[in-house]
Design a protein around this ligand. Structure first.
Ligand code: HEC
Length: 110
C-alpha cells in the first residue's frame, strides 16, 4: 500500500512538471491576450487604454528587435511617466517559455 501511494505521488509530480512547461500559445492565451488580444492586435479594452501596438502589422513588428521583445517579457515595460504598464514575467515563466514567446509574437504578423 505504501509503495502504491509513492507511485501515485510520483505520477502526480510528473504531470505537474509537464503542465508547468506550457506552450507559447498557452502562455499567450493565459498571460498576454488580456492586453494584447488573442490575435496580437491589441484591440482589447485594456489594450486600447494602454495604446498597444498592433502586432499583426509588419511595420510595428519592425519597431522592436527580438532582444527588446524578450527584455519586455522578462523585465516588463514602463511608460514615459515611469509607470509599469506591462508587468515582468521573469518570475511567472521559465527562460525557455519567455524565449518561445518571441517567435510566437513574430508569428502574429499577418
Ligand atoms: C497589462 C497589459 C499587458 C500584458 C498582460 C502584457 N503586455 Fe506586452 N505590452 C504591454 C504594453 C503597455 C506594452 C508597451 C506598448 C507597446 O509596445 O505596444 C507592451 C509591449 C510588449 C512588447 C513590445 C516591446 C517593445 O519593445 O516594443 C512585446 C513583445 C510584448 N509586450 C509581449 C507580451 C507578452 C509575450 C505578454 C505575455 C507574457 C505580454 N506582452 C503581456 C502591455 C501588456
Amino acid at each position: 500500500m505504501k509503495l502504491h501511494t509513492t507511485l501515485l505521488a510520483g505520477a502526480a509530480l510528473c504531470l505537474a512538471t509537464a503542465a508547468s512547461a506550457a506552450s507559447a500559445q498557452e502562455n499567450w492565451d493565459l498571460h498576454c491576450a488580456k492586453c494584447h488580444a488573442a490575435d496580437g492586435s491589441g484591440s482589447t479594452k485594456t489594450g486600447q487604454k494602454l495604446k498597444l501596438k498592433d502586432y499583426t502589422k509588419a511595420e510595428l513588428q519592425a519597431a522592436f528587435t527580438d532582444a527588446e521583445a524578450l527584455a519586455a517579457i522578462r523585465d516588463g515595460v514602463k511608460n514615459e511617466a515611469g509607470k509599469m504598464t506591462m508587468n515582468p514575467y521573469a518570475e511567472k515563466l521559465t527562460a525557455e517559455e519567455m524565449q518561445a514567446l518571441v517567435p510566437f509574437v513574430r508569428g502574429l504578423k499577418k
